[in-house]
Write a protein that binds this ligand. Structure first.
Ligand code: B12
Length: 212
């Protein structure tokens, strides 16, 4: 990996990761770029797990370090000072039965940096909650994360619920996570899918622009 911040998080070096984030922000590196480096490092952790070099403990540790960075005051203030007006609202959550949240949180941070208002429902979110919050909060976009194969059915059922409640035309729906592909996207009835948070944010921005 080229970047030292990505390497620090992939090596689970908490102190160095935090130090590098603070230093990079001081030097004027954009929060969006920092998130991209962190994403690169976390992806590497996933690969090391799959190749048997890392175990579950290491995965959990990577998640903890990542969240610590997001919760740094300096990171939070850089994210919020980056925009002056809200460009649109995204209702976001990881679908029921699924507790993976690192990718969802990366997307959330990048969307915040881009000027979206993001309502994060968390993980293992029941379809009924997505529906209730959509009715209450009228988001422009619903973002659904799903990393395990058994996330696909609940996503499909959720989108059917949106249809039957007459809400489907009022929101764009984007799904994210490595399980998602073109075929799944089509079969569940989402508007688009991504494996990459940055691309996801770009798609959301273009939907907002089209709607205006
Ligand atoms: C980390 C991890 C965990 C951690 C999760 C920690 C956390 N806080 O999230 C822990 C250890 C808890 C875990 C648990 C389990 N895991 Co797991 N896990 C992973 C792992 C290694 C990495 C996932 C990750 O964080 N990747 C890094 C992020 C940055 O990538 P990402 O999630 O794809 O997100 C990016 C994009 O997809 C996108 N994105 C993601 N969400 C969204 C949403 C929107 C709206 C948008 C626009 C974009 C977007 O943006 C992100 C950044 O670019 C993957 C393997 C892998 N390589 O993917 C397995 C993996 C997902 N896990 C798997 C499994 C099976 C499990 C368990 C069932 C294991 C078990 N037997 O108990 C449990 C799940 C329990 C449950 N009910 O959910 C399988 C799923 C297989 C499948 N097809 O069903 C995988 C693929 C591993 C494998 N090969 O077997 N896991």
């Amino acid at each position: 990996m080229d970047n030292i911040l990505a390497t620090a998080i992939s090596e689970l070096n908490e102190e160095k990761t935090i130090e590098l984030v603070k230093r990079s922000l001081d030097k004027g590196t954009k929060p969006f770029q920092i998130l991209k480096y962190l994403q690169e490092g976390v992806k590497k952790v996933g690969e090391l797990f799959e190749s048997g070099e890392y175990y579950v403990g290491e995965l959990i540790m990577a998640g903890i370090i990542f969240n610590e960075v997001l919760n740094l005051d300096v990171m939070k203030s850089s994210v919020s000072s980056n925009y002056s007006e809200c460009i649109g609202t995204i209702l976001l959550g990881t679908i029921e039965n699924d507790i993976h949240d690192i990718g969802k949180d990366i997307f959330k941070s990048m969307a915040l940096v881009e000027g979206f208002h993001v309502i994060d429902l968390g993980t293992d979110v029941k379809k009924e909650i997505f529906l209730k919050k959509t009715k209450e909060l009228h988001p422009d976009i619903v973002g659904i994360s799903g990393l395990i194969t058994s996330a696909v059915n609940p996503i499909s059922e959720l989108i059917q619920l949106f249809e039957s409640e007459g809400l489907r035309n009022q929101v764009k729906i984007i799904i994210g996570g490595n399980t998602m592909d073109e075929k799944t996207c089509h079969s569940v009835g989402a508007d688009d899918f991504v494996h990459d948070a940055e691309l996801g944010v770009q798609k959301c921005v273009s939907w907002i622009k089209q709607a205006r």
